[in-house]
Write a protein that binds this ligand. Structure first.
Ligand code: PLP
Length: 393
């Protein structure tokens, strides 16, 4: 610690944050809003000493199932494990292929590989979700499942996906990590396929204080298998029915997420309001074709886990906003098939033109319920100020 830091009592990263006018996320603001509720629940778990597979977990699972409109929800260690365990429970493994998208977080493909299967990618549409028209082309005799990712908090085109899956007798496993609460034709994300995986990672709309995840399903049989798989295959304390894993959601995380679940719809409403303010504030650039913003269809209610614009001069804009104290992110800069890890899958640059082009022009603006009107206005004004400096094509 240098002398300056000693005197101010701030570490370097805290000092840098002081200049940030709009952080990408504000964990403190959310915590302060619900601090008392959270601390009360945590204290209760600590006092009871019931940390693993306790009543609090069961309570949260019931609430989550009811929230998503599914029969069962099962807490697991994280969203990646949720997808992995579902594939294991469905006997998907060596020699099998699972269709998904190349523009998702690496974990979707990672879970497929961890299960022993091969990820097969399909390009996406302008809304960042899988293009169902391209799925037929990649189905082979080895295909076992489709994992549509409801990226950005928008549910994929489930009518078309379910129809294709039925035609080829494939499982549909939703990657709902980014879409808790989102609706498509009135139904919530996580209630369409044989099962869905959710993440409660701190950056997600519904989050825990660390890693956590859930599987939802309407299948009693699948639920039973997953109950075993997440806990070493144990039927009870002493008898093991099958080889399994240690992937339980602990009670401390469950009570935190359970408190937040009560606030989720209110928070989502606020996020959707901010999305509309962004859309309105940026519409002159949308009209000129400089920026494109997400478009909602009447049949869907996305939850805007991310608000992603596609824009000209993306890298310069991001650097400019950073200079002005606004943090943005890119979800995701490298499509999965172009990562070193994926080199054995046989893909090359140019295989997924839409996803590859999007990776070059996407920018995620800050969006969270605790953002003030002033902060939203700052982001819009600085984007206007950036493009005001150029005569763009
Ligand atoms: C689309 C998607 N799939 C899967 C995951 C994996 O979730 P987790 O980080 O909880 O393992 C994430 C979250 O990071 C995600 O965004």
């Amino acid at each position: 610690m240098n002398s300056q830091n000693k005197s101010s009592g701030k570490c370097d990263s805290e000092k840098k944050d002081l200049q940030i006018r709009v952080p990408y996320i504000d964990f403190n603001a959310q915590y302060n809003e619900i601090k008392e509720e959270i601390l009360k629940e945590i204290t209760c778990v600590l006092e009871k000493g019931s940390f693993v597979l306790g009543k609090e977990l069961v309570k949260f699972e019931k609430n989550f199932a009811s929230y998503t409109g599914t029969k069962y929800a099962l807490g697991v260690a994280n969203g990646t494990d949720a997808l992995f365990l579902v594939m294991k429970a469905l006997d998907i493994g060596k020699g099998d292929e699972v269709i998904t998208v190349p523009n998702t977080f690496i974990a979707t493909a990672g879970a497929i590989v961890a299960a022993g299967a091969k990820p097969v990618f399909v390009d996406v549409k302008n809304d960042f979700n899988i293009n169902p028209e391209l799925i037929d082309n990649v189905v082979t005799k080895n295909t076992k499942a489709i994992i549509p990712v409801h990226l950005t908090g928008r549910v994929a085109d489930m009518d078309s996906i379910l129809e294709i899956a039925k035609k080829h007798k494939l499982h549909v496993i939703e990657d709902a990590a980014q879409s808790v609460g989102a609706r498509y034709k009135g139904k919530r994300a996580g209630s369409f396929g044989i099962a869905a995986g959710f993440s409660l990672h701190p950056l997600k709309n519904l989050n825990a204080a660390g890693d956590a995840g859930l599987v939802t399903t309407n299948s009693g049989e699948l639920h039973e298998k997953l109950v075993l798989l997440r806990n070493h295959g144990l039927k009870n304390r002493d008898e093991c029915a099958c080889w399994g894993y240690n992937s339980r959601l602990d009670c401390l995380q469950a009570v935190i997420a359970n408190v937040k679940l009560k606030h989720l719809d209110k928070w989502t409403e606020k996020i959707r309001e901010i999305a509309n303010i962004y859309k309105d504030g940026l519409k002159s650039f949308v009209g000129k074709g400089i920026i494109s913003v997400p478009v909602d269809h009447p049949f869907e209610e996305p939850v805007y886990h991310t608000f992603i614009i596609q824009c000209e001069k993306r890298d310069e804009l991001q650097a400019f906003l950073f200079e002005k104290g606004i943090k943005t992110k890119i979800h995701y800069p490298i499509p999965i098939h172009l990562h070193e890890a994926a080199s054995g899958l046989g893909y090359k640059k140019g295989d997924f033109p839409v996803a590859e082009q999007q990776a070059k022009i996407i920018l995620s603006l800050p969006i969270y319920p605790e953002m003030s009107d002033e902060q939203v206005a700052i982001v819009i004004d600085e984007i206007k100020s950036f493009y005001g400096r150029f005569t763009l094509s």
